[in-house]
Design a binder for this molecule. Structure first.
Ligand SMILES: Cc1ncc(COP(=O)(O)O)c(C=O)c1O
Length: 432
């Protein structure tokens, strides 16, 4: 709540003002020159930096960095997808290779499989993300990073990121983790060896479903000078650094400095200062919200598990989950609130349930204070073949829930309404 902000120096406003300004005036010729050269602190143009944005970056760096990464630095950008793109392009170039878990957000999978592939960057996907040898086998001489999500959605098959960080470091490369579903309240991946964390700040961090945003947090611990040939952009002299390299100039912060100065500001997915303010507001109640989200999710998942219409519930917080042991290790304070369950009766049952809900919003979004429902097989995962969907555990009767902070009894009452609609279907209408 306090990190990263000071009362405003001009008027003592307790909440820092929103600096909605494209640029910043220079007092004189010398100041303009010195700001451009980086010899004088201060701002020039909001694509390169803005005081509202910088305040929320400081807060996010403290939240993710905690005690293990006091030198962590954050960069905020316009969306979660922008955060992924900028983080990956901060490390990769044509000819490089990425190894990722298969169980990642579909947008990121598309980014790796389609967009980066067009730029000459290949990706391999590890199906059993908890088998370190599967990661080792996928690594090639040109592999430059590993990527995973600790809480994948929709099926909650948790990933043992400490084991993967070990594999990455054996190979001399960083591990990037998308921590959107856990948030730093439940899990700080740097404590388990991750080097860079990204988020869709549109979800729990902002929390209220008002603003898109994304964040990259670099722990400031990875040594990019140990294998200079793997990271040439950080180890070759730069004109902009008066002939020095990024590693010489910024040490362990070389990658985040390059990512901020060369990737984020050139590709330009700038977060609006207004959205930075909304993100800042959201972070002030992150702990309260995520604790309530997690309590509600556990209550709802346990209730669903006992219903005869429900075939299975994929929530790592349940003792019955094959991922519960990992949940106890990584998520002792709560297991998040995005999970799925599968109705007996396939798509007709899912459709009846989905359309009968009144309190849940039918939406492709998550981490909102409001509870949300989505049918992945007919929406987010339609680009997969049916075989691929089934291999990912996404059958026609599966529904994804993002549990909000409402009263759990109200949520359960709404879900009971959905199950009543399933029971009302003629038996002939039900699949399987
Ligand atoms: C885990 C995860 N990462 C990244 C994203 C992309 O974020 P955004 O929608 O803010 O671009 C999402 C969006 O749903 C997500 O769920």
């Amino acid at each position: 709540m306090h990190a990263g902000t000071e009362p405003d120096a001009a008027f003592g406003s307790r909440i820092p003002p929103v600096y909605l300004s494209a640029g910043f005036v220079f007092d004189d010729f010398d100041q303009a020159r010195d700001r451009f050269a980086g010899d004088e602190p201060g701002y020039t143009y909001s694509r390169s930096g803005n005081p509202t944005t910088a305040a929320v970056e400081r807060r996010l760096a403290v939240l993710e960095g905690g005690a293990v990464a006091p030198n962590a630095e954050a960069i905020v950008v316009g969306s979660g997808q922008a955060a992924l793109s900028v983080a990956l392009l901060g490390i990769l170039q044509a000819g490089d290779h990425v190894v990722s878990a298969t169980s990642i957000y579909e947008g990121t999978r598309g980014l790796l499989r389609d967009n980066l592939a067009r730029l000459g960057i290949e990706s391999s996907f590890v199906v059993d993300a908890n088998d370190p040898d599967a990661w080792r086998r996928a690594i090639r001489p040109e592999t430059r990073l590993l990527f995973a999500e600790p809480i994948p959605n929709p099926t909650n098959d948790l990933v043992d990121i400490e084991a993967i960080a070990r594999v990455a470091h054996e190979a001399g490369i960083p591990l990037i983790v998308d921590n959107t579903l856990a948030t730093p309240y439940l899990l700080r991946p740097f404590e388990f060896g991750a080097d860079i964390v990204v988020h869709s700040a549109s979800k729990f961090l902002s929390g209220h479903g008002t603003a898109l945003g994304g964040v990259i947090v670099d722990a400031g611990t990875f040594d990019y000078s140990a294998r200079p040939d793997s990271f040439p952009h950080l180890n070759t002299p730069q004109r902009a650094l008066a002939g020095r390299t990024y590693v010489e100039t910024y040490g362990r912060s070389a990658s985040v400095a390059y990512t901020r100065q060369v990737v984020a500001s050139r590709f330009g997915p700038t977060l609006s200062p207004f959205n930075a303010f909304l993100l800042q507001q959201g972070l002030e109640t992150l702990s309260l919200r995520v604790a309530q989200h997690s309590r509600n999710a556990l209550a709802v998942a346990a209730w669903l598990e006992g219903r005869p219409e429900v075939e299975s519930v994929d929530y790592a917080g349940l003792a019955s989950s094959p991922h519960h042991v990992l949940a106890l290790k990584y998520l002792p304070d709560g297991q998040g609130s995005v999970f799925s369950f599968t109705l007996r009766g396939g798509e007709p049952a899912a459709r009846a349930f989905h359309d009968a809900l009144r309190l849940f919003s039918r939406m492709t979004h998550l981490g909102d204070v409001r509870s949300l429902v989505l049918h992945p097989a007919s929406t987010t995962h339609t680009l997969l073949t049916e075989q691929e969907r089934l291999a990912n555990g996404i059958g026609p009767g599966l529904l994804r829930l993002s549990i909000g902070i409402e009263d759990a009894d109200d949520l359960i009452r709404d879900l009971a309404r959905g199950l009543a609609a399933v029971r009302a279907l003629e038996p002939a209408a039900l699949a399987g």
